[in-house]
Design a protein around this ligand. Sequence first.
Ligand SMILES: [Fe+2]
Length: 235
Amino acid sequence: MQFHFFLQGSAENLFAFELIHSKSWHEFARSWEDLHQDTFMADEGKYRFRRYSEFSLDTVNKQITTLDHVPYRQTKKYNYLNGDIDRLYSPMKEEIQTNEAFRQVLLTCADVIFQLQDSEEWLVQVFQNRIIASNESLGKPTPEGVHRDGVDFVLSLMIKYQNISGGESSVYAEDGTSLKAKITLIEPGDFILLDDALMKHSVEPIFCINPNEEGYRDVLIAMFTKRMRTSNLAI
Ligand SMILES: [Fe+2]
């Protein structure tokens, strides 16, 4: 597949076909049942649940190392709504940090972006996100609107699209107004991988279909930033 500012597709376009049918994928997807409410929402929304962890990914040795747990922080420049504050979320569960399907997802993305920017080491900031919608309220996957995340590459990977409508993703050129694509991630493994330095993105709200049942959108967000190898620095 040609990567031209962004890449989109379904699981079999990027990942091994067996991936989303594997036992490890099912364990990975099931872990979205145990996320914690985001209490940092400046819009006072109660519709987002998440976990957050950071990793170092070594593309040479294909190693993924969990980094110390730290708050997530963006500047107001990238997130006018929730920027400039430390947001401390629960970390991903240990068994999910080492889950095989999760690791395959990160390594596959690293293979793709390595062909564009040959950094041997990447900082990977990962969110497990659940946005819920009910008959009383819609859910907003990107309450900050059209934005960049301030990293090099961003993966949005669909885990589960349950009893909802909406959630259409828009990809824009750097100016934030020239629309390049509209994509709705629906099936497990549907993805968008975009060059965050050159593109902006947003996701439309979601609506509950059957008000007697929970409606939600489960997505993995993985943000890749080039890392300097400290071992290569002169002392
Ligand atoms: Fe984003």
